[in-house]
Design a protein around this ligand. Structure first.
Ligand code: BYC
Length: 471
């Protein structure tokens, strides 16, 4: 039986009635110390013994999923929570449309489901590893707290996937759960699975762009998996999406605050060159945006993918908001056009909609990304500047545009011309050194580093100058 309340006395807080399955409980209890060891070795490099004002999910209902209190990170209650079960839920797309959803893994889809869960699970600890040094240079206590919130929740999302692996995939699942702690971001011998998760997140500007663009890929992938006919995966992802919203808020508001500070300095000193005044100029912001957006687009896979078509037909992974779409949810006879790069020119080609599902999800993502950029541009309009999303073909390593020489404004140029202009389009060593020089920690409650404006308000009724981390 699944309930919305959690037994606190259990070692692993959960609403999946873990206590009734001794084998599973033991498997998870033996994984838990390895997770904690990983957290100590590759989680945040400092402040592990400090009290942090964190949100902890203790149940899935309205009040329970967002419980705020002070906690030391290693004592965070990483739990297993599935959104409530809808007993009448049926498969919403693909060959099994209309059938009752599955409470177990059908044998024929075992390998594909395991693969999807492992890829999703792999990104969660990867991001914690990428961000582990940032606590030392937080621009405020407020930001440090937000970083730790993101980190512990990515840890919980790893737990969510490990639960599915242990519960439904037997020995293979247990092996995969171990491997999730063995691959490490940027490790040359044993890297994380997806490209963007092996890049560094060396500074807070990168962190804000990462949480804006890369966590947003997470939102779209999780929403597609939330459509899955495999009900435990669907319910797990639905609950993860609630937490994910905060991660994107950190990115959207973080960049918004950087932009605001830049605009203030531009007005005050009547110049675009705000570096002498400790701000981040718009050209540098644009280069960072170009980088994080393009590597995040790679996370959608190739525009045409038989994997994606098979996942959809099988009912394993749907489209974003599948049920609110007005079509047959089978897509067997539909086609759509995708952008191509052929013979040195950008064109288009009609392909079967089923094979183009990665492109369809990416299109939805691109529209969503543009909304935040529009908001930042409302602030930038005060000084006659703007940020733009580069062309989807720019700086790509996966899919139709992989390795092509496409400019941010969508022109195809020679490899030489592209290389000559690269420093205008992507962060340079000089940009990185400058941004790095700004990364001086600010640890007095309410105080902010000079390159970023304060947030509009504090958290959960607390003021901005609250001591969110007790140092
Ligand atoms: N890097 O047929 P294709 C998040 C591989 S983020 C390296 O186009 P498919 C989060 C691909 O695996 C969301 N390899 O791929 C955010 C395939 O290999 P195999 C994470 C790549 O399967 C922030 C081959 O290339 N969740 O939650 O259609 C912080 C052929 O490609 C890459 C998911 O991704 C790459 N970028 O699509 C924390 C959801 N792209 O199978 C967390 C689950 C492709 O031939 N994953 N390849 O060996 C999926 O749905 C799919 O695996 C992908 C790839 C959409 C990623």
């Amino acid at each position: 039986m699944t309930s919305a309340t959690i037994d606190y006395t259990e070692k692993i807080p959960n609403n999946v009635d873990l206590a009734s399955d001794r084998r599973l409980q033991r498997a998870l209890e033996s994984w838990q110390p390895k997770f904690l060891q990983w957290w100590r070795d590759l989680g945040p490099v400092a402040f592990q013994d400090r009290d942090v004002y964190l949100r902890t999910a203790i149940s899935t209902d309205q009040e329970g999923w967002a419980n705020f209190d002070f906690v030391r990170m290693p004592e965070y209650r990483w739990g297993i929570f599935l959104a409530p079960q809808d007993k009448d839920r049926v498969v919403a797309f693909g060959d099994h449309m209309g059938d009752p959803v599955w409470q177990d893994v059908p044998g024929e889809y075992r390998a594909d489901l395991r693969r999807l869960i492992v890829v999703q699970g792999d990104t969660e600890p990867a991001s914690v590893e990428q961000q582990r040094h940032l606590c030392n240079t937080a621009p405020s206590l407020w930001d440090m707290r937000n970083l730790f919130q993101v980190n512990v929740e990515e840890g919980r999302h790893l737990w969510a996937m490990v639960y599915l692996l242990h519960r439904f995939f037997g020995r293979d699942g247990r092996d995969e759960a171990e491997a999730l702690l063995e691959r490490n971001s940027g490790d040359l011998d044993n890297p994380r699975i997806l490209g963007a998760f092996n890049e560094q997140t060396p500074d807070w500007l990168s962190f804000f762009f990462f949480t804006y663009f890369t966590d947003r890929d997470g939102k779209y992938q999780l929403a597609s998996l939330a459509e899955s006919a495999f009900d435990p995966l669907s319910r797990t992802c639905k609950f993860m999406l609630k937490e994910e919203a905060h991660h994107m808020f950190v990115g959207a508001s973080g960049i918004g605050r950087v932009v605001q500070r830049t605009v203030e300095l531009m007005k005050e000193h009547d110049t675009e060159d705000v570096r002498p005044y400790g701000g981040i100029d718009v050209a540098t912001l644009q280069r960072y945006l170009n980088f994080h957006y393009s590597v995040s687009l790679d996370l959608f896979g190739a525009e045409t993918s038989t994997n994606a078509a098979n996942y959809y037909a099988a009912g394993l992974k749907g489209r974003y908001h599948e049920e609110s779409r007005n079509d047959d949810h089978q897509l067997k006879n539909d086609s759509r056009s995708i952008l191509t790069l052929e013979n040195g020119a950008i064109g288009s080609r009609d392909v079967m909609s089923l094979t183009a599902l990665n492109a369809t999800l990416r299109d939805d993502y691109v529209d969503d990304c543009a909304k935040g950029v529009d908001r930042w541009n409302r602030t930038l309009a005060e000084v006659g500047c703007e940020l733009v999303l580069p062309h989807v073909g720019f700086h790509r390593a996966v899919g139709e545009f992989a390795g092509g020489s496409v400019t941010p404004d969508g022109r195809v140029v020679s490899a030489e011309e592209w290389a000559r202009n690269k420093a205008r389009w992507l962060p340079t060593d000089d940009d990185q050194a400058y941004v790095e020089s700004l990364m001086q920690p600010v640890r007095e409650p309410g105080k902010m580093a000079g390159w970023v404006a304060p947030p509009a308000s504090g958290l959960h009724g607390k003021p901005v100058d609250y001591e969110y981390v007790k140092l």
